[in-house]
Design a protein around this ligand. Structure first.
Ligand code: NAP
Ligand code: GCO
Length: 265
């Protein structure tokens, strides 16, 4: 329904790192709402894999090869996309990595790599698209945050620092550019079943569930891991006119984890 406040007809969305996982699910949701989809990956092989995946669900997506930490490549890609496809109306900063290493065993280089991709990448991407959004009268930026934007846990110091920073970058972009009708919000997924969390869900040698798998199910009121499709509605909401007065907010899509002390043993 083009006149729906949730419609993305006529809008172009760039979702970073959206060949699979959460990024792909969000891009599919935005496409289903009418958006033209652009995505990136770090290799042509990955882009080709993504194009095939989108085609398989009827989406004629546009794929570009660039690393979100490479400012020159990002600036060139945003310019190319604007000319070859359309100016970017919606940016979803999804690309991200995690390293699960006890902090005292993590090298500074490993820490910097996580922060560079998960925090500096969204800065570089947002800086690249905001000037044209201002010229065009507005835009939407959605940063994919995390439970680790609010909580810590063992072995994820770099990731938590980056995602905590991403929450504040979200608030600062909202503060600095809200006057130009740019809304910058976050989505904070809970524990979602994707390749990134596969190690936390692997079956044990005896066939039992991974202890972390059991922990998350006990810690989640919904008593399940999230599916990437659970993020579809929140993403469409934050990309659409329906959220034009929502700014600097992180929408947690976590099945209730942040509200819950956890099931008693
Ligand atoms: P994923 O399965 O590991 O996918 C991450 C994607 O980002 C991959 O396509 C990856 O491409 C891409 N990427 C990584 N570094 C990149 C870079 N420098 N430039 C461009 N693309 C890059 O992760 P996911 O579970 O879908 O998570 C997506 C986002 O949600 C991440 O920001 C993650 O932190 C966040 N998140 C995940 C969960 C969860 O439970 N899964 C929960 C909360 C937040 P390659 O294939 O080339 O590596
Ligand atoms: C971990 C997980 C989490 C999820 C997500 C939770 O090792 O704890 O990977 O960090 O990826 O960020 O919201």
């Amino acid at each position: 329904m083009p006149d729906s406040i949730f419609s993305l007809e006529g809008r172009t969305a760039l979702v970073t790192g959206a060949v699979y996982g959460i990024g792909f699910a969000i891009a599919k949701a935005l496409a289903d709402a009418g958006a033209t989809i652009v995505f990136n990956a770090r290799s042509q092989e990955s882009v080709d894999r993504g194009l095939a995946a989108y085609a398989a669900v009827g989406i004629d997506a546009h794929g570009y090869v660039f690393d979100v930490t490479n400012e020159e490549a990002v600036d060139e890609a945003v310019s190319t996309i604007s000319n070859a496809v359309a100016p970017i109306d919606v940016l979803v900063n999804n690309a991200g990595i995690i390293k699960r290493i006890p902090m005292t065993q993590m090298s500074a280089a490993e820490f910097r790599q996580v922060v560079d991709i998960d925090l500096t990448g969204p800065f570089i991407m947002s800086k690249a698209v905001i000037p044209a959004m201002i010229e065009r009268g507005g835009g939407k930026i959605i940063n994919i945050c995390s439970m680790m934007s609010e909580l810590g846990r063992e072995t994820v110091s770099a990731y938590a620092a980056a995602k905590g920073g991403l929450k504040m970058l979200t608030r600062n972009i909202a503060s600095e550019y809200g006057q130009y009708n740019i809304q910058c919000n976050g989505i904070g997924p809970g524990y979602i079943a994707t390749p990134q969390t596969a190690p936390l869900r692997e079956r044990q040698a005896d066939g039992s569930r991974h202890p972390f798998d059991q922990f998350i199910v006990a810690r989640t009121p919904a008593a399940r891991w999230g599916d990437p499709a659970d993020l579809a509605g929140p993403a469409v909401f934050l990309a659409s006119r329906a959220s034009d007065f929502v700014n600097g907010h992180v929408l947690y899509v976590d099945g209730g984890i942040l509200a819950y002390i956890g099931k008693q043993p």
